[in-house]
Design a protein around this ligand. Structure first.
Ligand code: NAP
Ligand code: MG
Length: 408
């Protein structure tokens, strides 16, 4: 395609580069599927672990600020340093998880959606459409305080108001023997941001929004989540009606039972623990972690797209040894297409949206034609035409399909 026929993307897209095998694939995806077709201005932030270390992690904060400025970002997977990684890369320290840093700066909620193809059946046979999980990533047992009780005694909750008001206490348990105690909390501000991000994303995706808690048992804590969602719903009612979508609250037990018999196609908002557990169930029922996309949505409507998987370290070490890899780039491709579609929607440039749709169609058709990486060969329908291809050959096969679509 000649330079002047490239599709113009109006506003700058924020790109966050990453680590290991995903960094290798990221480059291939950009060079093969994105840059040849688009006239695109990129604000590039290199989140390679060594560059984060060199900048004392300033680059992560700069990248988050750029996403807030421009509205859309696309991120490669990154190493969250552990003690092993500090030694491996001679880091100054074990810097915080970049995703954690960006999520807290954007005050965002993460939504994960499986990529479905016709030749990979979900374990749950009724599921026809993807189920998106929105997990509240704050509070509950993840920010808890727990205690071992060695013997008989009184355990209480005590709240001391900052304004000097009267302390409030509640008895948890009068222990007559050893046991355990746990204190959990949440804040209205965090639950409100979560609710707003869920309503924003459901409307964006034109899907029903489900929310479920155990408010019959937890009459203050879980009931407060429900009340905040109900209150938020009031200001979205008209927009939801116009879009033909619904907000639906049901008890968590009922939601789980209904999901297993549903066709899918909803955004399911969940408290922190429920979301942690059930997102793994949804991922595993859909075959491969490499078929799961992830988007961080801020309550202000800022979006960051990425793959749900990590840097695929084991494959990277094989790659470094010169061995051929068969690593799946589907989720990375969908991160780019998701970001470009959103950019096109916000800019009012339908040709960019069409291009994003074509990349996705090309990628899906490649897998459906039996051209797939090793992880998918294990979970796809038994079809003799299926064949395992290398990391690079898969991306090249997608590029061939894409070109056919663009020049058809
Ligand atoms: P991982 O990178 O998700 O990989 C775990 C295993 O899942 C791989 O060894 C591979 O299994 C399979 N897998 C994942 N993605 C795949 C793909 N695209 N194609 C084929 N197979 C795939 O998780 P990890 O090895 O636990 O973590 C590695 C690094 O990633 C860590 O440093 C962690 O901090 C980071 N991480 C980053 C993010 C993020 O940036 N969002 C998220 C999670 C983890 P086989 O080896 O069996 O083929
Ligand atoms: Mg989990």
């Amino acid at each position: 395609m000649s330079e002047k026929r490239k599709i113009k993307v109006k506003t700058t897209l924020v790109e966050l580069d990453g680590d290991e095998m995903t960094r290798i694939m990221w480059r291939m995806v950009k060079d093969t599927l994105i840059f040849p077709y688009l006239d695109l201005d990129i604000a590039y932030y290199d989140l390679h672990v060594k560059h984060r270390d060199n900048t004392d992690d300033r680059v992560t904060i700069d990248a988050a600020e750029a996403i807030m400025q421009y509205g859309v970002g696309v991120k490669c997977a990154t190493i969250t340093p552990t003690e092993d990684r500090v030694r491996e890369y001679s880091l100054k320290k074990a810097w915080k998880s970049p995703n954690g840093t960006i999520r807290s700066l954007l005050d965002g909620t993460v939504f994960r959606t499986p990529i479905l193809t016709k030749n990979i059946q979900p374990t749950v046979s009724t599921w026809k459409k993807p189920i998106t999980i929105g997990r509240h990533a704050y509070g509950d047992v993840y920010n808890n305080v727990e205690m071992r009780v060695d013997g008989p005694g009184l355990a209480e909750i005590l709240f001391t108001p900052a304004d000097g008001g009267r302390p409030v206490r509640r008895t948890i348990k009068e222990f007559d023997g050893p046991g355990i105690v746990q204190g959990i909390h949440n804040t209205d501000a965090s639950i409100e941001s979560f609710a707003r991000a869920c309503f924003t994303y459901a409307l964006d995706q034109k899907t029903d929004l489900w929310f479920s808690t155990k408010d019959t048992i937890s009459k203050t804590y879980d009931a407060h989540f429900r009340a905040i969602f109900d209150r938020e719903h009031e200001s979205w009612k008209d927009k939801f009606r116009q879009a033909g979508i619904e907000y639906f609250f049901t008890l968590i037990d009922d939601a789980v039972a209904r999901i297993m018999k549903s066709e899918g196609g909803m955004l399911w908002a969940l408290k922190n623990y429920d979301g942690d557990v059930l997102s793994d169930m949804i991922a595993s029922a859909n075959g491969s972690l490499a078929m799961m996309t992830s988007v961080l949505v801020s309550p202000q409507g800022v979006f960051e797209y990425e793959a749900a998987h990590g840097t695929v370290q084991k494959h990277y070490y094989k790659h470094l040894k010169g061995e051929e890899t068969s690593t799946n780039s589907m989720a990375l491709i969908f991160a780019w297409s998701g970001a470009l579609r959103k950019r096109g929607e916000l800019d009012g440039t339908p040709d960019v949206v069409v291009f994003a749709n074509r990349i996705e169609a090309a990628a899906l058709e490649t897998v459906e034609a039996g051209v797939m990486t090793g992880d998918l060969l294990l979970v796809a329908d038994r079809n003799p035409q299926n064949r395992k291809v290398s990391t690079g050959d898969f991306i090249n096969a997608v590029a061939e399909n894409l070109q056919r679509k663009l020049y058809a």
